[in-house]
Every structure is written in C-alpha cells, then in structure tokens.
Design a protein around this ligand. Structure first.
Ligand code: 5AD
Ligand code: SF4
Length: 441
C-alpha cells in the first residue's frame, strides 16, 4: 500500500514518524510521492499547545473526508483517548506515542476503527531508521517525570525511561556503517539520561553517579565510533550542566557546542510556580559555565509568555535574562492551558492581546540579539557540515556549523558542489539574525 506520514510537533515526533515509515516499508508498503497518490495517510500529532493539537486534528479531519484510510498517531491521541473518535468519527485508527510499533500490524489486520494507547515502547519502534541520510535522530530517553505545571507531555509520553546504552551504541554504529555522519540524541531532558534507571547495565536501579555519570559516559562511548563526525543532543535542563558535561565537550571535538536549554521564564516567582527546579541565578550560572568554556558556545531556548499571573515585572525579568544569557536563538510560546495540568486550574488571566504584545517584544529582542551574536563571528573560520542546496537560493549551498547555526555559501558555477555530509571550512563574511553567509576559507 502507498502511504504518507504528516508530522506536527517536535523532533521526537519527527523521529517517531521516521520509525513508522521504516517499519511500514519493512512490512512491504511503499512511501507515496504525494498525498494524492497515497492510499494510507497517517498524521503524527502534537498537543503541547491547544493550537498545535487543533492543527493536527483539523488536517486529519480533512483527510478522513477525502475517503482515504486514515490514521492518527502521537501525543494528541494519548490526550484525547476514546474521544478521538468523537472528534473524528471517520478515523480508521489512532495510536498513542508509545504504541507506534503496532502500526504495521494494525494496517495488516484491517479491523477499524481501532485505538491503541499502550504504555510499553517497543524496541522495534525505537531502532527502525530510514536509510540514506547523513543525519539521524536517535532516541536515548523517552517520557518525562518533571511535571512542570503547564506541561502535558508527562501525561502523553509517559514515565521517563533511559534506553540501555548498549542498544544506543549498537544503533549508532549501524547508522554510521550506513553513511550517517551526524547523530542528534533525543529525549525530553537528555541530561537526565541514566538518572531514573541505570542505562549502563540495563537494570532498573538508578545509575550510581546520577547526573554526573551516565550521560557523559554515553557520549564517551559514542565518540569512540569511527566515522561519526558530529554528536548533538536535545533538549536539556540546567541541572545537567555539570562539570563532567563540560569535560566531555572539551575532550571530544565531535560534540557540537550547542545546547537547547529551555528557560521558560526569567522571574524566580514564575519559575517556582512552574516547578522548574532552578532559579534565575542557577540558570545563568549554567550559561556562564558553558560560555566560560567557549565564548562562541551556542545557546537556544524556549520561553512562555502570558503564564497565569505573569506581571509586567515578571515579563521584564524574562527580557533581561534573555539579554544576560545572550541566546543565539529563541522560541517564544504564548501560554495555553492544557487540561489536567496544574496551571490549568488557575485562571488564564493574561489577555490574548497582551500575550501577543509580549511575544512580539521578545521576537524583536531576539532579532537584534541574534544579529549581535552572529556579528561576532564575522571573519572567523568555521567547520560547516554541508547539507544541500539552500532552499531560498539554489545557487547557494547550506549547512550548519558546530553551534547549529545555518551557514550559506556560493558554489561558483562549474565547481563541483560539496557532498552532503562532508565538512567544509568556511570564512564568515556576513551576519544576519538567523543565518551566516560565508566563502570557502
Ligand atoms: N503553553 C505554552 N507553551 C508551552 N510549552 C509547553 N507547554 C506549554 C503551554 N501549556 C512550550 C515550552 C516548551 C515548548 C516545547 O513548548 O516552552 O519548552
Ligand atoms: Fe513533542 Fe510535546 Fe508536541 Fe508531543 S506534545 S509532539 S512531545 S512538543
């Protein structure tokens, strides 16, 4: 059967969609070139904010109306449960994020409608990859037990569990043998790797060294793999920014000097209410540690504006924190109450117009800050992994430096373009807020 998977949400969803594609191909199905050609369409949904869920569910509704075999997977399914069929009466199947390993069997059985919310992540769903790329996502930790007040993720992705290290190392070895040059390790909070269950020997007891141990050891094991040029990971919590982590950065040049470190707010009052388990000062100390090690260390973040009770003063604290941290990039989200979370019990009292205003202010700040940060790099020579022709201008190539910054450069006509996955040395000539322009060094 010809199939297509549409993906909404974060990198974890991108990874899950890839695993579903790989499993369906292994079961004898074929990826369709277009939606028109597809006989089966699966939508992978997000539910982190109400808008995200509406988009995915809306798209699924349109597909159901088109009369194709239609499935919905991912976070929104787990949140909606049986109600998913009330929202989408013509939906054929719905599968929660930990049950995606069942999709090939569900399609083969052909008994619809069908709902699977399963708790046990199947190892096949974790390890299946689509071959051919130079970059790959590898899940090292699933679920989350942090219980931030606003966040639906623990409800939909379940308890935190670290995959056994030997499975991850074997998976990355096999990816590298098939041409992968860069892996990005995924988890809601990757620096908690091995904290809840000992990922090293596969037992259920926590790793003896906790934060200090398991993740840096995993990095060390991966850095020993020949042919793996780059190791990235996302997302992170400041508690995990230990000296051992910095030592791993220092010791292994393959580890990219970029961290996505969601801060959410710069106000201690709001941080405490959110249950983030750090103060503004602790967050900034983590930033200082990374930037002391390398002033060019790239830091990106997520921020929520309009959290219940967020005053002008709280908001200004967020603004000033963002400047102090000097984020290279940031993602701003307008607060959206999620049913069943702690903060949803409080009135959503910042008016939408005010959320919009705060959003715009932070975006403008980031535009200026991004340009400032990037301007510091003009004249430097950077190692850039070539990815492919630039989407905006086909005469240009595009890639990323170790800080995950997008770099574009001109390949003169007649010259052989670089191979995707090769690392080229480029001198930065021009800075923009979101991209760098370069010439061969
Ligand atoms: N409302 C708005 N933004 C949210 N995020 C998570 N939950 C909510 C919510 N209820 C944001 C956080 C998180 C990012 C993925 O989405 O900033 O880091
Ligand atoms: Fe990712 Fe969270 Fe959205 Fe799920 S709900 S796709 S974990 S952002």
């Amino acid at each position: 059967m010809k199939f297509l998977v549409h993906t909404y949400g974060c990198q974890m969803n991108v990874r899950d969609s890839e695993a579903v594609e790989a499993m369906l191909v292994a079961a004898g199905h074929e990826k369709a070139a277009s939606e028109a050609e597809a006989e089966l369409v699966i939508v992978n949904s997000c539910t982190v904010r109400q808008k995200a869920e509406e988009k995915a569910v809306g798209k699924t509704g349109n597909l159901c109306a088109a009369g194709k075999l239609t499935g919905l997977m991912g976070c929104a399914v787990k949140r909606l449960g049986e109600d998913v069929f009330k929202r989408l009466p013509r939906l054929d199947f719905a599968v929660g994020p930990r049950a995606i390993g069942l999709i090939p069997k569900i399609v083969a059985d052909g008994c619809f409608p069908r709902l699977e919310l399963g708790e046990e992540m199947m190892s096949e769903a974790l390890a299946s990859h689509v071959e051919g790329g130079v970059q790959a996502f590898v899940t090292i930790l699933v679920g989350c037990d942090n219980r931030c007040s606003y966040c639906i993720v623990p409800d939909v992705r379940g308890h935190e569990y670290s995959r056994p290290a030997r499975e991850i190392v074997a998976e990355v070895r096999s990816l590298v043998a098939h041409g992968v040059k860069e892996v990005c390790l995924l988890g809601q909070s990757v620096l908690r790797y091995g904290v809840r269950n000992a990922a090293w020997d596969g037992s259920d007891a926590p790793s003896p060294g906790g934060y200090a141990e398991a993740f840096p050891r995993l990095l060390e094991a991966l850095a020993a793999i020949d042919g793996l040029r780059r190791i990235r990971f996302t997302s992170a919590h400041p508690k995990g920014c230990t000296d051992e982590l910095v030592r791993a950065y220092r010791e292994f040049p393959q580890i990219c000097r970029h961290l996505h470190l969601p801060v959410q707010s710069g106000s201690d009052r709001i941080l405490a209410d959110m249950g983030r388990h750090y103060t503004r000062a602790e967050y900034l100390a983590a930033v200082a540690k990374l930037r002391e090690f390398d002033a060019e260390f790239a830091l990106t973040t997520d921020v929520i504006v309009g959290y219940p009770g967020e005053t002008e003063e709280d908001f200004e604290a967020t603004r000033s924190l963002m400047d102090e941290a000097g984020f290279d990039n940031s993602f701003i989200f307008k607060y959206s109450p999620r049913p069943g979370t702690r903060s949803a019990a409080r009135p959503d009292d910042v008016p939408m117009a005010e959320k919009e205003r705060r959003d715009q202010v932070l975006l403008a700040d980031q535009e200026r800050r991004g340009l400032e940060r990037n301007s510091l790099l003009v004249g430097t020579v950077r190692e850039v992994m070539a990815e492919g022709p630039s989407k905006r201008n086909k005469a240009r190539w595009s890639g990323r430096d170790g800080g995950n910054r997008i770099v574009v450069w001109e390949v003169p006509p007649g010259e052989v373009p670089p191979r995707a996955g090769s690392i080229v040395r480029l001198r930065i000539t021009e800075a923009h807020a979101q991209t760098l322009v370069a010439v061969p060094a």
